[in-house]
Structure formats: structure tokens, C-alpha cells
Ligand binder design. Structure first.
Ligand SMILES: *[C@@H]1O[C@H](CO)[C@@H](O)[C@H](O)[C@H]1NC(C)=O
Length: 131
């Protein structure tokens, strides 16, 4: 009897976990990619993306890495980046600009931040500030 109720409990938790996992994915309206394309010798950058409702937390992004975070609600998402003495903040997801796209790509280079929706044609949108 005890073993059986444990088994039921186990099934219930597996069910809850898989529903939570699926829900997480279904809820994403789009994915923001931030690709670190800084020169090879730059150290890792710190990056943090958030909206009014969701905070994806501070992450370390090495040269060549592609950081991905989900857009969970039709809201403005902005990202902040710190690389050495340089700092930047930009609109990573803008509902009006990006609403028809499932992915928003950002390429982070020495001279600034480039936007693409197809990971192939890039438009420079903003730059770095030096502290
Ligand atoms: C974006 O393009 C780069 C370079 O072609 C490729 O290595 C990468 O896998 C692409 N990323 C995605 C998510 O399509």
C-alpha cells in the first residue's frame, strides 16, 4: 500500500514536471539570441536580459557563445552588457518591431550591436559606452 502510494506520487510529480516543462516552452513568443562576436582576446562579457515581468538574470557570455532567452510576454525586453570598461543597454525585444518574428538575433561586436531576424543580414542599432 505504501509502495503503491509512493508510485502514484511519483507519477503525479512526473506529470507536473513535464507539464511545467512544456508550458515553459509554449509560453515563449520568441527567442532572443545574443551572440558574442567580440575579438578573440576579449574576456567574457556579462549580460542580463529582462522585461518588466521577467528577469533572466546575469550570465557570462564567452566569445563565440550564443546566449538565448525566451520572450514570455508582449513587453519590452532590454539587455545590458558589460565587457571590460564598456557598458551597453539596448532593446532586445520590442513588441511593435519584432512581433512577427520567432527569433531576434543580436550580434555583439567591438563597434556595437547588430539586429537580425534571420541570423544572416545585420543592421547596426546601437553602440557601447565607456564607463
Ligand atoms: C547563426 O549563424 C551562425 C553562422 O552561420 C551559425 O553558426 C549558427 O548556428 C546560427 N544560429 C542559429 C540559431 O541559427
Amino acid at each position: 500500500m505504501v509502495a503503491r502510494s509512493h508510485f502514484v506520487l511519483f507519477l503525479v510529480s512526473v506529470f507536473i514536471l513535464s507539464v511545467a516543462g512544456l508550458g515553459q516552452h509554449d509560453k515563449d513568443l520568441a527567442t532572443v539570441h545574443v551572440i558574442n562576436a567580440m575579438p578573440r582576446d576579449s574576456g567574457p562579457m556579462q549580460i542580463r536580459c529582462s522585461s518588466k515581468y521577467t528577469d533572466h538574470g546575469m550570465r557570462e557570455l564567452h566569445v563565440g557563445d550564443d546566449y538565448q532567452c525566451g520572450v514570455r510576454e508582449q513587453a519590452l525586453y532590454y539587455c545590458e552588457a558589460i565587457s571590460g570598461r564598456q557598458i551597453a543597454s539596448w532593446h532586445a525585444f520590442q513588441p511593435r518591431r519584432d512581433k512577427n518574428h520567432k527569433a531576434v538575433f543580436w550580434l555583439v561586436k567591438e563597434d556595437g550591436f547588430y539586429l537580425s531576424w534571420d541570423n544572416s543580414s545585420w543592421v547596426r542599432k546601437s553602440g557601447w559606452y565607456t564607463e
